[in-house]
Every structure is written in structure tokens, then in C-alpha cells.
Design a binder for this molecule. Structure first.
Ligand SMILES: *[C@@H]1O[C@H](CO)[C@@H](O)[C@H](O)[C@H]1NC(C)=O
Ligand SMILES: *[C@@H]1O[C@H](CO)[C@@H](O)[C@H](O)[C@H]1NC(C)=O
Ligand SMILES: *[C@@H]1O[C@H](CO)[C@@H](O)[C@H](O)[C@H]1NC(C)=O
Ligand SMILES: *[C@@H]1O[C@H](CO)[C@@H](O)[C@H](O)[C@H]1NC(C)=O
Length: 804
């Protein structure tokens, strides 16, 4: 599991530092990177200088805004080279200012050039840290070596530059750079990461020969001046007084230069929580601005950049592609399927397996290798389908543009027009393998070879087929058996059927969660805490679910969860890493999901979240359920599918969680009887009717979830017009009345992609049929969502019709 890097909350109680205290820092003073959190503060207390633990065991020597809970870092000495615990920054008696790691015996950083005649250091109220001989002879200042941020009264002179951070939690040098060039031009570039060379200029003031200095003045104006002080170009003209607002100009990790402000006094926000807000930013749409024929664009190869409603770029993977590094949204996307073979024998039959996902208003500029004019969309599709090199075809203005991977500069914007036809394989070979290693493709090609072999058989005599088929099944069986064997690792022995889990000690989990300190969620009989494990260089964040002592129930939940989820292994299910069963304590340890639950994502956002992201969530949840119902050795009914139980990882990939109510069915069982489970509003009617419980209860809950995902509202809203109170009823009324569009009234993107929206609504109506026999199985739901099978007109959910 890859590490996630998060700022650790550190208690804000700074102690009185040695040699500091708001005044001058005298020669011989020092600070140590440890839990004492000593700092040198500016006289007003606005800024602090000291060590910040930004990573377990990794300290940044930094300057930050000290009066706000975010404690936003504005400068650091060692962004690419974190200091270990015990490292010291010392202003030695001869005036040298150095950051040393005494245990490793190495110097990490020093103020340069070697400064002579230093009499003291000071953290100034401007946010500048200085070494000085006297108040008029400063020999070194942090303002001269900015990292990614400029402050009021700071300037960027010719030759000066700032580099974006790698991510919002990793301060090391990232992928973008702003430079005040010696030729007078102020330019933002993508860089040849991890090398710092320029690749593509996506913003420039075009002031070659005239530009001299970028100024961020005390009234919050940001502008470029000529040598004689004439203003040539204004970046932020929306002046903001420093007396009322904290301010900064930061080149963010997404490549956008933003002027942020933060109220200094609580009453300025009228009681609303205080936070950084963006005053102005450049460029206005970085997705559209970057169009280089080299490099990864704004979002990484194969991914698509869209400007969200918050005006920030979002990186999304196309359907059937997934992020290379789920914790780095700009790492690009990989194909989740085996690409089309160019082998002449297989390409014909492969073509049947490949299909397109339509993405309106989307293009990957600069990835063309062929194009045709005056063709129909159908012939464009056919052409790409039968061409093994074609990964995507753009159909626009009767032109067909074929693209190859890796796709560069992907973007979706209403100004683009046309549509992208993204080719993918309908064979879901690799979806069950959460292991992102290279073994992936070998395995799936093994399997597709088997499948292909199977399909060659259709055509010879029935008897021969039967024999060969059983042989193929036998191969598949052996293959699976081998796979599950290799998955058992050298962990503590756990119940039969349970793979690669660990048993944790209670104290170990207590330490990992810092004494169950940071609560990230809670349920009826449990609370979930965030935890951290350090194993050498590797840091793993986990979610630790602690079941409360309502003994009996909690114990059942614990057993249900361990025995069901531990049998699963799928990228759309949250992974259980281990558990603790010690005395009275029952705890479960999961992978950590930084983006919280789908419920928060859908219902707590002020505006509807990105449509394509919602589409991916619909697919991912369906895939996870499909796996539980059809691909596990023991069929699993989740019994509590709802947006609260679908979690989003660092790249908003949806994963089903909370198996506390799950039911396992034996191989010979297709139904079970049990007391009512699940959550009101999402539970299928058969729960109340004393009917047997089958996998169809999950299909029902999925249908409700899908509607909520489509309409960005809860199924039940008491305060709206009568006909809209229950979403499932309203949706059917709209469908019957030919007014599906009104379900998406507030959602422009869904309106752009109306065909898919309509298809999804119809699928959802099939899922919420009251008669369980009418509801399709999840596999069919998947196919209907993909559009690989037609969606028949759904009947009234309360009626009885012919099952599909
Ligand atoms: C810091 O030291 C300088 C030079 O000795 C002196 O001029 C200045 O007043 C001192 N400032 C404070 C806040 O002590
Ligand atoms: C400050 O220090 C510089 C260099 O050491 C010296 O030239 C200058 O005279 C000093 N000024 C004051 C006011 O002490
Ligand atoms: C931050 O990102 C860089 C670049 O990918 C990486 O080398 C480094 O290990 C990351 N830092 C941490 C603390 O994870
Ligand atoms: C900052 O710049 C603006 C625009 O040029 C100007 O009106 C304002 O007076 C300046 N403020 C300061 C403190 O120099």
C-alpha cells in the first residue's frame, strides 16, 4: 500500500524558545526537531520559524502563519531533504546558520553565501527571517530564497523563481515553476519533473525587454514593474489591506498561481469559519492553457483535466482507466484492460470485445497519429475499433482524429465541442486484481488466452465442445487455486479462507492512533479513528474501527466483517488490513480513504460534484457489488449499501466499506432468512415482507444510491414539493412523463451527456423494482450502464412485469 502524506496535527502550544521570544535571536541559539515544538516567533506572533513535522519522522525547517489553525507554511529551507528527529538549526557564535543532522553527521542546509559579521537573527513581522549585523545591514533573508510563496512587501527580481510543491501535503519541488526571467518576461512553465528544466510556458506577461520586478505590495496589489517603477502588468488588482487580512501569493501544486487572503479577526467573517479564500488567480483555465506536444500536461498522461465549479483543475481518469498512483492525482492513468492485440489472427475477434465510452467536449490535443475529414461518426467508430493502435477517436465537425497512448493534454470543457470515443475492453479481466504491479498484465493475458480458446471451441461439435470446455474450466480452476495460494503471506495465522491479514495488539493500535485521538467517522456500534504506521521509510495511514462494548451486537458485527471482507480482494472494496481481538477489545484496521464517504461528497458539496467523476463512482460501486455477488468463492450480500458506506480514495475511486451486516451464502444457497438489516430508505421491500433475502436486496439499494448519484440529492427530502419528496417515485414519474432531463435540472454536465444520463436513470428504475425477481443482477446492471446491452423500458416499480 502506498504511503499517503498528511500534515500531522501538532499541538499549537509552542513553548518559550531558547534565545527567541519575539525579539532578536542571539548568537549561540538553536532549535531542535522534536516534540517540544519550540519556535522563534515574530514580535506580533503572526509568523513562526521552526521545525514542522510534515511526515512521520520527517521535519521541515519552515516559516508559517502561526495564528491560524492551518498554520500554513510559506517558506522552507529543506523541502527536498527532510530532517530527521533530533536535527538542529543553530546560529553559531561565529554567525553561521546551519541545519545539521547530528546522528547522521551531515549538514542538510546552510544560509548562504557564508555570512560574516552576523550579530543576531530575527523573525520579522513581514514573514521574512533575517540574519543581520545591525538593523541596517541584513546579510541573509528568507525573502531572497522563496519556495512556492510570496508575501506582501516581498518582490521577485530578475532571475528569481518559485517552484510549486509536489502536492498539497508534500512540500518537495513539484511540476510547475514561476520565473522572473532575466529577459524581463514573467513566465509560468511546466517542468521536466523531476528535472527542473522548462517544458512549456502556460502563462507569460510578454514583457521581454521591459519587465524588471514582480512586486506584492503592502496593500495587497501584485504587479510587474519596469526598472523605473512603471507598472507593466497587474496580476492582482483586488487590493486587500494587510491590516485586516493575512495574505500570500502561492504557486499551488496544480500549477495555478493564487492570491489567497485570510481574515485576521473572527468577526470579519460574520461567524463563518475562517479559511483561506482565493482573491485572484492565473491562469484562468490551466486545463485549456497547457497544450504542449511534450510532457504530461496539467494532469498526467491519459488523464483528463476539467475545471471544477471551484475553479480548480480536476484530474479524472477515463472509464476503464485508473490512477497510476492513487495518492497522486497528477500521476496519470493506466488502462485497466488488456490493450487490443495487433496480432492479425486475433484482431477481428477482439474488435467485438472492445467498445467506446463517449466523453463529450473532451480532447487530447497533440496525440493524433491519423485523421480523416468528412466522415460519419459511425465510420469513425468502426475505423478506430478495427485499428489496434487507436486508443481514442475524437469525432468533431465531421472529422475523425485517431489518438495513440500515452494520451497527452486531456481536457474537458464546453468550448471544445465534439466528443471523445474512448476505447476499452468489455472483458473485465484485471478488475479483480488490486495489485498494481506488472504481474497484472501477464495474468490477464493468460486468462484472455483461456477465454479466447474457449470461444474458438464454439463452432466444432457439441460433444467435443463439452470435453474441451471442461478442460478449460479445469485450467481456470487450477489457475485460481494457484492464485489464492500465492496470496497467503507470512502473516499471523487467521481463520480459514482469510488471506493476507494481520492480527494487531491493542497497544500497537493505540499507539498508531495516538491514543484514539483523531476520529474520522462513527456508526451505531463503532467509532473510526485515523492511524499511522511507520516502517522505516514507509508510512501507511490506516482507518481503525473500534467497536464499542455493546458486547453481543458488536461481536457479531466484528465476526461478520472479518469473515466477509477478508475473503475479498477487489479494487472497489475497502481493504481490511488486519484486526485486533484482545480481551474486551474488537478493532478492525482498514486502508485509509482520504476523500471520505460518498455521502459527504454528494450531499455536503455546495454544488453538484463533477459529472464524470460521479459516473466513475457509479461504475466502481457496481463493479464492487458485482464482485461480491458473482466472483467470490462464497457469495456475499452486503445488506447495507448506501452512500455513507461507499468511500473515496485519494483519486476519488469508490470503494465499498462496512461489511458489518453482510451475509455469506454457502455455495448451494441462493437465499437466506434473517432479521431486518440495513438502513431505512435503502432497504428493499422484501425485508418487510418476510420474503427470502437474496443478492437482489443489494441491487435495490444500489438503485437508490445510483439515483442519488445522478441527482445529487438524498432519496428522501421532506421539504420539497410533494411529488419530489421520494426521489425513486419522482424519477419514475419523470421517466414516464418523458421528462428525465428535469431530474438533472441543476446540472449542466449531465445535460451535455443526456443520453448516458437517461440510460442510467432507466437502469436505476430497473434496480428499484419492488418485485426482486424483476431487478436485474449486478452483472447485467454493469452491462446496461456501459451501454453494451440495450436497456429495455423499465416498468412501474410497483407493478409486476416480465423479468429481464
Ligand atoms: C535587535 O538587535 C539590533 C542590533 O543589536 C537592535 O538594533 C534592535 O533594536 C534589536 N531588536 C530587538 C527587538 O531587540
Ligand atoms: C552596520 O554594520 C555595517 C557592516 O558591519 C557597518 O558598515 C555599518 O556602519 C553599521 N551601521 C550601524 C548603524 O551600526
Ligand atoms: C514527495 O514527493 C517526491 C516526488 O515524488 C518524492 O520523491 C518524495 O519521497 C515525497 N516525499 C515524501 C515525504 O513522501
Ligand atoms: C500598492 O499598489 C497600488 C496599485 O499600484 C497602490 O494604489 C497602492 O498605494 C500601493 N500600496 C502601497 C502600500 O504601496
Amino acid at each position: 500500500m502506498a504511503a499517503v502524506i498528511i500534515l500531522l496535527p501538532i499541538s499549537a502550544t509552542a513553548q518559550s524558545p531558547r534565545g527567541g521570544g519575539g525579539g532578536n535571536i542571539t548568537l549561540g541559539s538553536s532549535l531542535v526537531a522534536d516534540s517540544s515544538n519550540s519556535t522563534w516567533k515574530s514580535p506580533s506572533g503572526e509568523f513562526a520559524f521552526g521545525f514542522r513535522q510534515v511526515y512521520p519522522g520527517g521535519y521541515l525547517l519552515a516559516i508559517w502563519f502561526d495564528e491560524m489553525p492551518e498554520r500554513t507554511i510559506i517558506w522552507s529551507a529543506n523541502r527536498n531533504n527532510l530532517a530527521q528527529q533530533g536535527s538542529t538549526i543553530q546560529l553559531s557564535s561565529d554567525g553561521r546558520f546551519e541545519l545539521n543532522d547530528p546522528t547522521a553527521g551531515r549538514r542538510i542546509w546552510a544560509a548562504s553565501p557564508a555570512t560574516s559579521g552576523v550579530a543576531y537573527a530575527a523573525m520579522l513581522d513581514s514573514g521574512d527571517f533575517v540574519l543581520a549585523a545591525n538593523s541596517s545591514a541584513v546579510t541573509w533573508r528568507s525573502f531572497d530564497e522563496p519556495t512556492d510563496t510570496l508575501l506582501p512587501s516581498q518582490t521577485l527580481d530578475q532571475g528569481g523563481s518559485i517552484f510549486a510543491s509536489f502536492s498539497d501535503t508534500n512540500h518537495s519541488i513539484g511540476r510547475f515553476k514561476l520565473i522572473m526571467q532575466a529577459d524581463g518576461n514573467l513566465v509560468m512553465y511546466t517542468i521536466n519533473f523531476p528535472n527542473e528544466d522548462h517544458v512549456y510556458a502556460y502563462f507569460a506577461t510578454n514583457t521581454v525587454g521591459t519587465g524588471f520586478r514582480l512586486i506584492f505590495n503592502q496593500s495587497g496589489y501584485i504587479y510587474l514593474t519596469a526598472r523605473n517603477g512603471t507598472i507593466l502588468n497587474t496580476l492582482s488588482s483586488n487590493g486587500a489591506p494587510t491590516s485586516l487580512l493575512h495574505q500570500r501569493l502561492t504557486l499551488d501544486y496544480d500549477g495555478v498561481l493564487r492570491h489567497y487572503v485570510y481574515p485576521k479577526f473572527a468577526n470579519a467573517t460574520g461567524g463563518r469559519p475562517m479559511a483561506w479564500s482565493v482573491n485572484e488567480f492565473e491562469p484562468s483555465n490551466i486545463c485549456l492553457r497547457i497544450a504542449s506536444d511534450r510532457g504530461f500536461g496539467a494532469c498526467g498522461y491519459n488523464s483528463v483535466c476539467t475545471l471544477g465549479t471551484d475553479q480548480r483543475p480536476n484530474c479524472v481518469c477515463p472509464f476503464a482507466y485508473s490512477p497510476i498512483d492513487p495518492n497522486d492525482r497528477m500521476s496519470g492513468c493506466k488502462q485497466d484492460f488488456v490493450p487490443q492485440s495487433c496480432d492479425r489472427n486475433s484482431s477481428r475477434e477482439d474488435a467485438d470485445v472492445f467498445s467506446f465510452d463517449d466523453m463529450p467536449n473532451t480532447d487530447w490535443q497533440t496525440s493524433d497519429y491519423a485523421s480523416f475529414q468528412s466522415v460519419s461518426e459511425d465510420s469513425c467508430r468502426q475505423d478506430c475499433l478495427s485499428d489496434c493502435f487507436c486508443a481514442v477517436a475524437i469525432y468533431s465537425d465531421n472529422g475523425c482524429y485517431k489518438k495513440k497512448t500515452p494520451l497527452s493534454n486531456g481536457k474537458t470543457d464546453s468550448s471544445i465541442g465534439g466528443k471523445a470515443l474512448v476505447k476499452f475492453s468489455r472483458r473485465n479481466d484485471t478488475a479483480t486484481d488490486p495489485n498494481p504491479s506488472g504481474r497484472n498484465s501477464r495474468k490477464s493475458s493468460n486468462r484472455s488466452a483461456l477465454i479466447r480458446m474457449g470461444s474458438v471451441l464454439l463452432g466444432s461439435s457439441v460433444f467435443l465442445n463439452l470435453i474441451l470446455l471442461s478442460f478449460v474450466l479445469f485450467l481456470v480452476f487450477c489457475y485460481r487455486a494457484r492464485k489464492s495460494k500465492t496470496a497467503i503471506r507470512a502473516y499471523t495465522a487467521v481463520p480459514a479462507g482469510v488471506v493476507s491479514m494481520r492480527s494487531f495488539g491493542f497497544d500497537e493500535l493505540k499507539e498508531a492512533t495516538n491514543g484514539f485521538n483523531e476520529e474520522i467517522g462513527s456508526g451505531a456500534c463503532s467509532t473510526v479513528y485515523k492511524g499511522t504506521f511507520n516502517e522505516g521509510e514507509n508510512v501507511t495511514f490506516v482507518a481503525v474501527k473500534k467497536l464499542t462494548k455493546i458486547a453481543e451486537e458488536a461481536d457479531q458485527e466484528f465476526k461478520a466483517e472479518v469473515s466477509s471482507i477478508s475473503r475479498t480482494n477487489h479494487k472497489n472494496l475497502v481493504r481490511l488490513l488486519g484486526y485486533c481481538d484482545e480481551g474486551q477489545n474488537r478493532l478492525l484496521v482498514y486502508e485509509y480513504m482520504p476523500n471520505g464517504s460518498l455521502a459527504n461528497f454528494l450531499f455536503e458539496n455546495p454544488s453538484p460534484p463533477n459529472w464524470y467523476r460521479r459516473v466513475q463512482i457509479a461504475f466502481a460501486t457496481a463493479r464492487g457489488l458485482c464482485y461480491l455477488h458473482e466472483e467470490c468463492t462464497t457469495q456475499i450480500i452486503h445488506c447495507d449499501i448506501k452512500p455513507q458506506n461507499v468511500l473515496l480514495d485519494g483519486s476519488h475511486v469508490a470503494k465499498i466499506s462496512d461489511f458489518g451486516l453482510a451475509k455469506l451464502l454457502r455455495a448451494d444457497q441462493t437465499r437466506t432468512n434473517t432479521g431486518i438489516r440495513g438502513t431505512r430508505g435503502y432497504v428493499a421491500p422484501e425485508w418487510f415482507r418476510n420474503m427470502p433475502i437474496t443478492v437482489k436486496v443489494d441491487v435495490y439499494s444500489y438503485g437508490i444510491l445510483l439515483l442519488e448519484l445522478l441527482c445529487c440529492r438524498r432519496n428522501f427530502l421532506p421539504d420539497v414539493e410533494d411529488e419530489k419528496v421520494v426521489l425513486a417515485d419522482w424519477a419514475y414519474d419523470c421517466y414516464r412523463g418523458g421528462a428525465i432531463r428535469s431530474l438533472a435540472a441543476d446540472d449542466e454536465v449531465a445535460a451535455d451527456d443526456l443520453k448516458r444520463f437517461e440510460r442510467f436513470v432507466m437502469v436505476a428504475i430497473w434496480c428499484v423494482q419492488e418485485d426482486p425477481a424483476l431487478r436485474p443482477h449486478m452483472k447485467r446492471v454493469m452491462h446496461m450502464l456501459e451501454g453494451s446491452v440495450q436497456v429495455p423500458a423499465p416498468p412501474d416499480p410497483t407493478s409486476f412485469a416480465t423479468p429481464i
